[in-house]
Ligand binder design. Structure first.
Ligand code: G3P
Ligand code: CA
Length: 255
């Protein structure tokens, strides 16, 4: 199959809320997801781990220490223990008692809203479980999965080719834009990815053009300034992930 990558559902450059609308609500909570929907984001990214009893839940760090009132490694805590935690107060006391959501709860919240769930799989060995949760809600056509791990991307691509799936990368790449694109294309081939989700810090207009010539989708993160968003759109990226999805309105990009 040598067709163009189906980089976004709309075909236009889309706005994806990062960990929900995390500038105004606690990251990776249902409150942040609700705010992303309310802001009209095209997608909502969130991070997942598998907790101690096998449930896939939303959490960015390996431990719950930074974003809840508890402590400990997420993989060693049961869902019952996670249910006791407050994942909102650290951000603002008006979010006190906000729970750690399960993947299924996050997907249910986004289902039918037009805001695409973008699941970042933060650990290896849980691809099957993630896909099972997506399938259980009949959302294979609506969801995207992203991961830094090529193993995870390859597994997802194999287990469910209908899922939109992008490989994440953020390290500086030496060489000319053409050499950079060669590197990225070979990495993408290794894990069968058709979409790259790259730190905006490593992008240039020439690199985006090279990747487009090679029919790879180009998503980018985490962009929090309107002027930078505007430039990236001009360069032709397909999707921009931001803590502030409200910045990328039609007015702020001058359309
Ligand atoms: O959208 C990709 C981005 O979320 C990756 O970085 O650390 O925010 O998960 P991080
Ligand atoms: Ca993430």
């Amino acid at each position: 199959d040598d067709g163009d990558a189906v980089a976004t559902p709309s075909g236009a450059c889309e706005t994806v809320a990062h960990r929900g609308f995390s500038a105004i609500a606690p990251e990776n909570t249902l409150a942040a997801i609700d705010e992303a929907i309310r802001a009209g984001a095209d997608g909502c990214e969130f991070d997942v781990y598998q907790c101690g009893d096998g449930t896939v839940v939303l959490m960015h760090d390996k431990t719950v220490d930074r974003t809840t009132d508890g402590t400990g490694r997420i993989t060693e805590l049961s869902l019952e223990q996670l249910r006791q935690l407050d994942a909102g107060s650290w951000k603002d006391k008006r979010f006190a008692g906000e729970p750690v959501p399960t993947l299924k709860q996050a997907l249910e919240r986004l289902r039918g809203t037009g805001c695409q769930p973008v699941i970042e799989v933060k650990m290896e060995g849980i691809s099957r479980q993630v896909i099972d949760d997506v399938r259980a809600l009949d959302m294979v056509d609506q969801v995207a999965v992203i991961a830094f791990s090529k193993t995870v991307v390859q597994e997802i691509r194999e287990l469910e080719p209908k899922l939109t799936c992008a490989w994440l990368y953020g390290e500086t790449i030496p060489g000319t834009p053409e050499q950079q694109a060669d590197f990225l294309q070979s990495q993408a081939r290794e894990c069968n990815a058709r979409i790259l989700d790259l730190s905006y810090k490593i992008l240039s207009p020439e690199l985006v053009a090279e990747l487009k010539t090679r029919r790879l989708g180009v998503w980018t993160w985490t962009v929090n300034e309107a002027a930078v968003m505007q430039a990236l759109r001009r360069w032709g990226v397909d999707s921009i992930t931001t803590d502030r999805p409200n910045l990328m309105t039609a007015e702020s990009v001058g359309q």
